[in-house]
Design a protein around this ligand. Structure first.
Ligand code: COA
Length: 283
């Protein structure tokens, strides 16, 4: 196929049905794109694009500015019958060119799929953080962890920076909804959104993200030993108190907190697969 016939245009509400068709077989029917379709279509702060060939939508992608200089790439989908013809590659190249033209200095994304990984690596993206998924079920009866104020959160920065295993995060918060740089300002921002939990004496820290399901979702852990174990239990209590099913934690493999997760009743949700945050420098 000649991908020069490919045109990109904004996704419209009328593309809903075609989107459902394209995503129906993705991840055994558990694709999140149908769930976010209405929000994405009406979000003027991002570009949700449809790729068309001869008037038929064959692909989708979204570009979302989410922090100064950073643009998040998500929702790449190519219709089953149109795959392996270079459509995704052409769409990604167009997205990169656009992000570059708009002056973003880095494009980031998260993925766990081998075809996508091959595509992104061949387009020059580098894996920044690898993550394994852990899960701890809700537990009744205990106290949820403390939620620090923004000013206090900022003061956690030195402890976080010197926490064992922090280097595995490579200077970013691996939030699968948009990985920002890890900094004191970021701690303050997360705290303003109620997304930090601290263990006893501030000796353990969990950075939370917006969950995708009925759970508490942790994107970064700091600290170790008794304080961290207490915090990990407190998160399980919090899930219970909030009527949620479990806590998910994404953690780089080999991180010292693995031991504390096991000791606190967590296990791999998926031991085989890793998810990755990828990044492409644009300048
Ligand atoms: C991933 C996806 C978007 C690729 O779309 P596509 O149009 O078939 O991809 P392309 O034809 O442009 O292929 C580009 C490169 O991706 C890689 N790739 C694509 N499909 C692959 C597969 N099934 N196995 C291994 N590599 C694959 C290859 O490196 C390929 O280059 P090559 O053809 O020169 O070997 C498509 O398979 C899809 O929609 N999958 C389901 C949703 C998904 O996983 N999205 C990505 C989430 S981040």
């Amino acid at each position: 196929m000649d991908t020069t016939e490919l045109t990109l245009r904004p996704v419209r509400p009328a593309d809903r049905e075609r989107t459902l068709e394209i995503t129906k077989d993705v991840w055994e029917g558990r694709d999140y794109v149908p769930r976010v379709f209405d929000r994405w279509v009406s979000d003027a702060g991002a570009e949700f694009q449809a790729a068309e060939i001869e008037g038929v939508v064959v692909g989708l992608q979204r570009l979302r500015p989410y922090a100064p200089g950073l643009i998040w790439y998500e929702g790449l989908r190519v219709a089953g019958e149109s795959r392996r013809r270079g459509i995704a590659r052409a769409m990604l190249q167009a997205a990169i060119a656009e992000a570059h033209e708009q002056g973003f200095h880095e494009m980031r994304l998260a993925t766990r799929d081998v075809p996508a990984i091959r595509l992104f690596e061949s387009a020059g993206f580098k894996a920044v953080v690898e993550m394994k998924w852990w899960r701890g079920l809700r537990v009744e009866g205990g106290e949820p962890a403390r939620i620090p104020e923004p000013g206090e959160a900022r003061k956690l920065w030195p402890a976080l920076q010197s926490s064992p295993g922090v280097e595995l995060y490579a200077g970013i918060v691996p939030d699968m909804n948009g990985a920002r740089d890890l900094s004191a300002e970021e701690l303050e921002r997360l705290a303003a959104g109620g997304l930090i939990r601290v263990g006893p004496g501030g000796r353990a820290i969990a950075l939370l993200r917006e969950p995708w399901g009925q759970n508490v979702a942790v994107s970064l852990l700091a600290g170790r030993g008794g304080a961290l174990r207490e915090l990990l239990m407190a998160l399980r209590f919090e899930a219970d108190a909030d009527g949620l099913n479990h806590v998910t934690v994404n953690l780089p493999p080999g991180h010292p907190a693995e031991e504390d997760l096991r000791a606190s009743g967590y296990d791999f949700a998926d031991a085989e697969h890793s998810a990755f945050v990828y990044a492409l420098k644009l300048d």
